[in-house]
Design a protein around this ligand. Sequence first.
Ligand code: FMN
Length: 320
Amino acid sequence: MRSKVILKNSLWKWYLLPKDSNSLYMIRLAPGPVEVGGVHLANHLLLAAGVLGTTGASLARILNTGAGGVVTKSLGPRPFPGHPGPCIAAFDGYMLNAMGLPNPSRGFRDEWGPLRGQPVIVSIFGGTPEEFRTVAGWFIDLAAGFELNLSCPHAEGFGSALGSDPSIVEDCTRVVADLGLPTWVKLTPNVTDIVEIGIAAQDGGATALVAINTLKGMRISTELCRPVLGNRFGGVSGSAIFPVSIRCVYELFDACSIPIIGCGGIRTASDVLEMIMAGASAVQIGSAVMEDEHIFQGIAAELYSPTGINAEEILGCAHD
Ligand SMILES: Cc1cc2nc3c(=O)[nH]c(=O)nc-3n(C[C@H](O)[C@H](O)[C@H](O)COP(=O)(O)O)c2cc1C
């Protein structure tokens, strides 16, 4: 359990600066590097796995447009082309995707040229703890840390198929954490109790939890009388899932002692502050980057100020 946050109420007035699109006043944070779960980041804002992070060049571009760190597309034990299309569909307030974890596997090493020395977290997946360890081993000399994808809702035998079982989560985490690099575990919201899974990852040696991956969902085309996605089922992402990701971070913060990285539906500086108040030490942004590649610069311009407060001062402040 964590110690309670005591708000410095008397000082708050100095930190409240006009303005943000949703509210009259908004807290600002001090800019500068942060350390989260053993990884050194340029700021609190990361690119989420799988979104524009499919090549070294695209990841480097995102780092150059203000992201504090990036997570690669999830890499697995074998190259895979992904599910048949349609793989992605956009709706009002959310997206639905079933990419099926397309990836070049070990071949992603060839993409590393523009990424040397950068805060790049390698997202990995496998069907067994041994496969997780093998894939991590291929990137041990390159990665700033690993993110274990135990949460994809549309890849049979991978992702949430493993990530719903606490003992498998603990085993997969342990074999990777034992390699000695920072090990983040990305959790699925598609479980009855996300806290049980978070504790299992923590017990396995995770240095941080990432909450959340997409929610399992589907849509049906009323013109074609068929599911919209080739895979029928997919993952829901974007602003519509923000209340779910906030709830998951909030619950994990109460029960776990390692840092939590909030992900799911974030698209404004105010969303980032809300995540930090729920208990997130950093955030990842996915779907919103597909709409605006310069979103990191835009959020940073609103979120940070030289007179801002340390994020620690509001970390988890929404808890009793
Ligand atoms: C097109 C697309 C591809 C994704 N690929 C991955 C992936 O390879 N690995 C992973 O862990 N999550 C993947 N995700 C999930 C995102 O990293 C993120 O957890 C999710 O989209 C919620 O965040 P958002 O609402 O900001 O998009 C993908 C999401 C989208 C939309």
